[in-house]
Design a protein around this ligand. Sequence first.
Ligand SMILES: CC(C)(COP(=O)(O)OP(=O)(O)OC[C@H]1O[C@@H](n2cnc3c(N)ncnc32)[C@H](O)[C@@H]1OP(=O)(O)O)[C@@H](O)C(=O)NCCC(=O)NCCS
Length: 243
Amino acid sequence: MYSEKQSDEELCTNIKQNEQEKLDRNSLLNFELKKIHELKSQSPHDIFQINFDDKIISLQRIDDTDESSTLLLEWRNKYWNFFNSKFDGNMERTKKWINTINNTPNKILFFIICDGEKIGHLGINLYNHDQNSIEIWSVVRAVKHFSPGLMEIVLKNFFKWIFSELNISTIYLNVFSDVWKAINLYERCGMQTIGTTPLKQIRTNDGWIWKNTTLQSKNHYAQRYMNRMKISSYLKSNPNLIK
Ligand SMILES: CC(C)(COP(=O)(O)OP(=O)(O)OC[C@H]1O[C@@H](n2cnc3c(N)ncnc32)[C@H](O)[C@@H]1OP(=O)(O)O)[C@@H](O)C(=O)NCCC(=O)NCCS
């Protein structure tokens, strides 16, 4: 009888401990995705590897070496039309940007690496705790003209990693409606457009930034439009989508 009571007490203590651990975990998750936090505290390494077209492709968190910063600056200057803002890029600004990414919770940028060469990047941003969602941002393939379809394989495996390793339910992304190549890619990966927002170009000292705007009437056109796309976790319902 006594031992039963004791085991009841032990059980209660265990439950309380489990609940506390759950609370601690949740309070961290409320603010930060644990896995992203961990990745930032570790030296850059492959989060996964894929074999495609006789090549080894991987994703690795960006670092702030001069070599990486030079590449990021070069690509930012080349692909300015696909970003939200245009400005005169330089090394100092790029290093500051890398630092801001590293210091922003739930924001991370990965290099896409093909047989050891950095060929582009893509990242995660804006974790929404209520929806358990994140946004994909800064998708660029800068080194092209080989292995068509590479980005499709990379993105599909990135989605899989986000759903399974981060336990995310929904992935969103914003893409200018005139960037049809990217929209095609996202659709091939199973994303759907869920809305379109009109944009207005606001001039800055050394360029511009695209901001949401409201059209005066249905007969007016915006300077540019931003599509919002979405994909929900398909791992349970459709595991064959991932090759
Ligand atoms: C958008 C972007 C990432 C797409 O990259 P990509 O290199 O075109 O993508 P892929 O490696 O998957 O190759 C795609 C092409 O190969 C084709 N392809 C795929 N498999 C193929 C195969 N087995 N044989 C021949 N062609 C094939 C695809 O149909 C696609 O053709 P398309 O470009 O006419 O649509 C790239 O164009 C880019 O970086 N653009 C600038 C930045 C940008 O727009 N970013 C998006 C911001 S939201």
